[in-house]
Design a protein around this ligand. Structure first.
Ligand SMILES: [Fe+2]
Length: 378
């Protein structure tokens, strides 16, 4: 039996639900446009059938009553509906945290790196979900047992979403070449960065596969950009605010390509939570704003930079042949230390997968596996 209790404000415009020690208020219009009945929402797709923008702005709730686990409502447009209380409990609300509560923000002290096994993730939905959950929580996962052929990652990419093709192709080489068109292909160290902020959309996940790594040096470095942003906010709210508000530009050009995009170094979502970081010294072209605006920006960027190159925040790892890293390019800064080939070979392959298909796969697996486990319990 439900212990839910409801009250309506005097005008019938807001309904307050007290349920399971929580209190939530709902606008009458919100309840009307989301009414879970087949006059309002399509039974199969859940998509809306009425035009929400045509609902009267002075719509009110004329009657509200809890009946068991349901909420019975009648609106001033004569529409009646029944809401399962559970759907109201789970309705999205504005978060007060800087990230979703279950993300694990880390620094150099991260004791155990999130790992997955290639064959297990390929064969088992549960292991694939574990891998995608680790990726979501930590922003990266190291995968072992990747086939040694050039497109060895492809089978696992196919389990998740389409490979994002760019002007460089699909899965592309990251190795030192004499005529490098990008600093990635030299032997120099690479400062922490996000990939390709000049694209739109920016690639969501970087898949980096190690075929050979006989070089001396060439460690991968990883920094949690959300942790760096959080530290910046704690120590200097003005710097943090500046980097969330001033959009800078990123540019890549070669003989056949001209890519440009813009955005702030720290981007927040509509709820004020950390959503995305950008940092690409090589390709950034900040516009010539007023000098005093830029003075604030340069100071803020410098402090952010100091944080993201600090030992305190940097995790080092060396990928061995047959291993790969999947990295969240909206959250992580990645780089590498300089290396000397001296007869050895360092050959990596890299591809991109978008965020929407990766998140979709994770949600579908969650639903599938929770349904399966419920059926097994019955
Ligand atoms: Fe990169």
């Amino acid at each position: 039996m439900s212990t839910a209790h409801i009250t309506l404000d005097a005008r019938g415009r807001h309904l307050t639900l007290q349920d399971q020690n929580r209190e939530r208020s709902f606008a009458a219009l919100w309840l009307r446009e989301r009414a879970p009945d087949t006059d309002t929402l399509d039974a199969q797709t859940g998509q809306r059938l009425i035009e929400a923008a045509q609902l009267p702005l002075d719509l009110t709730i004329e009657e509200a009553k809890v009946e068991g686990d349901m909420l019975r409502l009648q609106f001033s447009d004569a529409h009646r509906t029944m809401f399962p209380l559970a759907t109201l409990r789970d309705a999205g609300e504005v978060s007060k945290s800087d990230t979703p509560e279950d993300l694990v923000l880390w620094d150099a002290g991260l004791a155990t790196l999130p790992e997955a096994d290639f064959a297990a993730a390929l064969e088992s939905d549960a292991r694939l979900l574990d891998m995608l959950e680790a990726l979501r929580c930590y922003g990266f996962v190291r995968v072992r047992g990747v086939p040694g052929d050039e497109d060895g990652m492809q089978a696992l990419i196919d389990r998740i979403g389409p490979l994002r093709r760019t002007n460089w192709g699909g899965i592309a080489d990251v190795k030192s070449v004499p005529q490098a068109y990008d600093l990635t292909m030299t032997q120099r160290g690479l400062e922490p960065h996000t990939d390709n902020p000049y694209r739109d959309p920016i690639p969501g996940y970087i898949w980096l596969h190690c075929l050979t790594n006989a070089a001396d040096g060439g460690d991968s470095t990883l920094v949690d950009g959300f942790m760096a942003a959080r530290r910046l906010r704690e120590e200097s709210p003005e710097h943090f605010e500046c980097l969330t508000q001033l959009a800078t530009e990123f540019l890549y050009t070669d003989d056949t390509t001209h890519l440009e995009s813009e955005g702030p170094l720290i981007e927040l979502d509509s709820q004020g939570r950390l959503h995305r970081v950008r940092f690409s010294n090589r390709t950034e072209r900040v516009p010539a704003h007023d000098p005093d605006v830029l003075e604030r920006y340069y100071a803020a960027r410098q402090r952010f930079y100091e944080l993201i190159i600090s030992n305190e925040l940097t995790v080092h790892l060396k990928l061995d042949p047959g291993e790969m890293l999947i990295m969240d390019n909206y959250r992580l800064f990645h780089g590498r230390t300089a290396f000397q080939l001296e007869g050895g070979v360092r050959h990596m392959r890299q591809g991109y997968v978008d965020r929407d298909s990766t998140a979709s796969r994770r949600r579908m697996l969650q639903t599938l596996l929770s349904t399966t486990s419920k059926e097994e319990l019955q």
